[in-house]
Ligand binder design. Sequence first.
Ligand SMILES: O=C(O)CCC(=O)C(=O)O
Ligand SMILES: [Fe+2]
Length: 285
Amino acid sequence: MTNSTHQTDIALQLIDLDRYPIADLDRGAGTAFLADCQQSMETNGWCNLDGFVHAEALAHLNDEANELLPTAEVLHVRRNIYQGAIDPSLPEDDPRRKEFTHIAVQLADDQISEETRVKQLYHSDILTEFVRRVQGKDQLYRCADEFQALNVVALHPDSWHAWHYDTTECTVTLLLQAAEEGGEFTFLPDSRTDQAEDREAVDRLLAGDMSHAQTFSRGAGTFTLFRGGYSLHGVTKVEGKRPRISAIFTYDEEPGRVIDDDINVRIYGERVEKILTARHAEANA
Ligand SMILES: O=C(O)CCC(=O)C(=O)O
Ligand SMILES: [Fe+2]
């Protein structure tokens, strides 16, 4: 990376670098800060940085999201916690067969223009490098999928983000607008590994017992990394008048990662189905 790219990187303007020296991780305070983040990721499965963006930057990001969201679709996605096919060997009444409806007003990547600050922040090489190092990956790339890479999700009052595992290992979010009440990000840290799942803990949560779940207090402007592929999580019911708005930044260890069309149609519905159908028709014409 050249110096000039560095100097124009929007992360340098938006992020509170005094508290979070993400552009200077190889000396002094930056080294200690990175070690703390890595340690938290390793021990707890998450890293939570409140006040990550400056107050004025947050106000701009928030205005931008509120301006764009009226152009977004209302998504209704029915899914089980694994977001895949249900294991047919499970008993009929097994909680893991349960499907939840996820309702959110959601902007997909292609609906967020390159001029927006949120897209520029997501495209920041400094930020991507920071996320890579916190996760301890040799390589990490921004997701190349035209719909999934960057999303802005609004949960309106009375809706919640139903319990699920993400289909990627680690999820990175920036909370743009907190709910007046409720809308807490809640999770069971490391509730599964690649080999096994803590069934007792999972079944307990699915039955509505939150006593073992963890939550953090997250004000608007909080940047969070967590192992969403391994920790069952969701967002509790949003209360009050305003929606809870969160930006989801997606990364992958493989460069150029795109998602299967049928998965994107399942998530994003009719709008994306039309785009893909038109594209196929054109390719076959
Ligand atoms: O909005 C959040 O804080 C979490 C969202 C989430 O779990 C997801 O998008 O997969
Ligand atoms: Fe998630």
